[in-house]
Design a protein around this ligand. Structure first.
Ligand code: SAH
Length: 240
């Protein structure tokens, strides 16, 4: 049976998807102090695990960004031994590169960082990452999804130097987790796909945080629909 682990940074991103799946929450799935939540069950013939990053005990918000994402990925792979990791979430997009609010993208090409600037020989390239992405082109064509390079950083806002690196990375999508998850998946040789719904256009309109809150529900609904389609499709590939 194929095992799929879906990793999600925010409870509100995951809620709609979890409602549409028949999964059971595991009590204390990781050692005490680890905040991640685990939901497991069957999806058609697949064994499905959804891991959500949980809440910070001091700040009472979701554990977003790269540090929890990397740890969550490692623990999810240890615990669930997935054949495939799916990082599902929201993201910013570049209107100038064809993104529209509510679009759902599959990461393609590479996963990069835009806020790890280490101008020393070799470390400069290490900082950017540029980890190869599983080829999502035929999946995207089948499911009518757009594709683009995802660039990851630890900030929701967009500062000048980050923008320059995102453009150099030829990224279309900006998020806070994908490249961190990709690093762990590359290290442990687990294929990974990122599916991201656009909440905000980073090069147009109102400040990111305003757009994010305004468009969050639309993006999360589209993310749920497309993630289910993706799971159904992956199932078909496995059947062949
Ligand atoms: N204001 C939100 C904070 C969420 S942080 C709240 O109060 O709940 C943003 C999350 O959405 C991260 O997990 C990140 O991956 C994603 N995201 C959405 N738009 C983004 C953008 N423009 N830049 C970076 N990450 C973005």
């Amino acid at each position: 049976m194929v095992r799929i682990a879906i990793l999600m940074a925010m409870k509100n991103e995951a809620r709609t998807l979890l409602q549409s799946l028949d999964l059971r929450q595991q009590k204390q799935p990781f050692r005490s102090g680890v905040p991640f939540e685990l939901f497991q069950g069957r999806f058609a013939k697949a064994q499905l695990s959804v891991v959500v990053s949980g809440t910070d005990p001091e700040f009472h918000v979701d554990n977003v960004a790269t540090v929890p994402a990397a740890l969550m990925t490692y623990l999810a792979i240890e615990k669930c031994n997935p054949d495939l990791v799916l990082n599902a979430g929201t993201a910013g997009g570049f209107g100038g590169r064809g993104c529209e609010i509510g679009d759902v993208y599959l990461g393609s090409g590479t996963f990069c960082f835009h806020d790890r600037r280490i101008p020393l020989p070799g470390f400069d390239r290490y900082g950017i990452g540029r980890y190869s992405c599983y080829d999502t082109s035929s999946l995207a064509a089948e499911l009518h999804l757009k594709t683009g390079i995802i660039s990851t950083g630890n900030s929701l806002d967009l500062q000048g130097k980050d923008l320059q690196l995102i453009l150099e990375n030829q990224a279309v999508i900006k998020d806070m987790e994908a490249a961190a998850i990709a690093w762990v998946c590359r290290s442990l040789s687990v294929p990974m796909i990122a599916v991201k719904a656009i909440t905000d256009l980073v090069d147009e309109g109102a400040p990111t945080e305003t757009q994010f809150l305004q468009n969050f529900h639309l993006a999360v609904k589209n993310l749920q629909i497309k993630t289910i389609e993706l799971l159904q499709h992956l199932q078909k590939i496995k059947d062949c």
